[in-house]
Ligand binder design. Structure first.
Ligand SMILES: Nc1ncnc2c1ncn2[C@@H]1O[C@H](COP(=O)(O)OP(=O)(O)OP(=O)(O)O)[C@@H](O)[C@H]1O
Ligand SMILES: [Mg+2]
Length: 429
């Protein structure tokens, strides 16, 4: 758009020029025409000049205004298209920024001078980089040798480069890097990082699980096999020994069955196939029912079983089968791991809208270092003792899954040499 000051200046110049011309013409008429014209003739000439001048000034003003408008039109459209381009560029920049900020993948853009141009928040989080990383040499920002090799190859023009790197001492991460050169016009390298840490962890869990299951199966199956071989020789020759080997086969087959049942339970709970029917359940009768199941086993070992449920304890919102299974696993552990003459007490109380049930024993207790891992599948605090009593290390894992499926949480308190208390809380019905 043409500057309004320029328009005014053109207009004033035309006006001044016209006025100066009138004055000059008037002076010329006055000085040069007097000898040739009488006074009236001079006056008429001056009048004509004045009218002509006024008309000329008006025409000049109109013409200058039109010219100024015509001249300013291209400037005006140039100005508005510049503003539009500016707005569009800003929109595109904001959009790109939004995409980069919202991405879970890390994005690194390195210029042809090997300096970082862009490092999005996800990448800064993965590599623990500060916000002012832009402008720094890439070799200083990411020191991982594997990445730098990939970067150099991408810079040399190789496409579809992929590699895996391990980074971070404080927060170790396993990252998949994909790097490619940018088109010649821009130069530099674009690298995208995908965090594979969680996936790696899952792979490890799955591998460990398969290894654990195989290991757990191998021992009883090996026992069954050797007992069966010996039994074959003993049949007819030594009926008493044959009976003993048959009993051994039975015991180990039972162990395998229990392991398979536990695994199936866990997988059903984890895949939410284990349909829970949450209803109001009185803790007192549920506890009594479970203690009855374990009465004879406790008596065999001289262990006292007690229930302490204050009158008026409100019902819990639970699935009857799941609640009984949780109680069975905890009471069984308490009896199994406690020495003869110990006591096991099951208590219930309510606080803050939750019903808390605890199974306390006066057994050997558990060292603090085992506590955080007790609810993991196959974890045993005392592997030897656990195997000896036929444990598979899955009981507490099932307890945790079932309690959480009923919207509750589990806790352990234990003092080595003094005993343990496993408790769980469920919402009141
Ligand atoms: N009351 C307890 N006192 C001492 N140690 C316990 C007690 N309860 C559990 N533990 C320890 O925790 C480990 C894990 O218990 P968990 O019930 O998961 O497995 P398990 O009893 O070995 O086998 P499973 O219950 O599957 O037959 C046990 O091996 C044992 O070392
Ligand atoms: Mg157990």
């Amino acid at each position: 758009m043409m500057n309004p000051g320029i328009r005014t200046r053109i207009f004033v110049s035309v006006l001044l020029f016209s006025c100066a011309s009138v004055i000059a013409a008037d002076v010329f008429i006055e000085n040069s025409m007097v000898p040739f014209l009488d006074t009236e003739g001079v006056a008429a000439l001056r009048r004509a000049l004045l009218i002509w001048t006024i008309a000329a000034v008006c025409a000049a003003a109109a013409a200058s205004w039109l010219i100024a408008r015509w001249v300013s039109r291209p400037f005006h459209s140039l100005g508005s298209s510049l503003a539009e381009t500016h707005d569009r560029l800003r929109e595109e920049r904001d959009l790109l920024q939004g995409v980069l900020n919202g991405m879970r993948e890390g994005v690194l853009l390195v210029g042809s001078d090997d300096r970082v141009r862009v490092a999005n928040p996800a990448l800064r989080d993965m590599l623990l980089l500060s916000a002012d990383v832009a402008g720094k040499p890439v070799h200083e920002v990411i020191k991982d040798v594997t990445f730098l090799v990939v970067f150099e190859r991408a810079k040399a023009g190789e496409v579809n480069l992929m590699s895996e790197i391990d980074v971070g001492d404080l927060k170790p991460r396993h990252l998949l890097v994909n790097a490619a050169p940018l088109p010649d016009a821009c130069g530099g390298v674009l690298a995208v990082f995908v965090d594979m840490t969680a996936m790696r962890r899952l792979e490890t869990v799955r591998r460990d699980f398969v290894a654990n299951v195989s290991h757990e199966l191998r021992t009883p199956v090996a026992s069954i096999r050797s007992a069966a071989e010996t039994l074959r020789d003993a049949v007819g020759r030594d009926p008493e020994a044959a009976l003993e080997f048959a009993a051994m086969i039975e015991r180990n087959a039972e162990r395998v069955t229990r392991l398979i049942d536990d695994l199936l339970d866990l997988s059903r709970i984890e895949s939410r196939e284990f349909a829970l029917n949450l209803e109001a359940i009185e803790p007192g009768p549920a506890i009594d029912h479970v203690l009855k199941i374990y009465k004879s086993r406790a008596e065999e070992r001289g262990i006292a079983l007690r229930a302490e449920v204050p009158d008026g304890t409100p019902p819990a919102k639970a699935d009857r089968r799941a609640l009984e299974q949780v109680l069975c696993n905890l009471v069984e552990n308490a009896i199994k791991y406690s020495p003869e003459g110990a006591s096991v007490t099951v208590r219930a109380d309510s606080a803050g809208g939750m019903i808390r049930i605890s199974v306390q024993d006066t057994g050997p207790g558990i060292e603090a270092r085992h506590i955080p891992r007790l609810f993991e599948r196959f974890y045993r605090a005392d592997a030897g003792r656990s195997r000896e009593v036929g444990g598979t290390g899955l009981g507490l894992s099932i307890v945790k899954h079932l309690v959480e499926a009923m919207n509750g949480r589990v806790e352990v308190e234990s003092v080595p040499g003094r005993g343990s208390a496993f408790s769980f809380s469920l919402p009141a019905a």
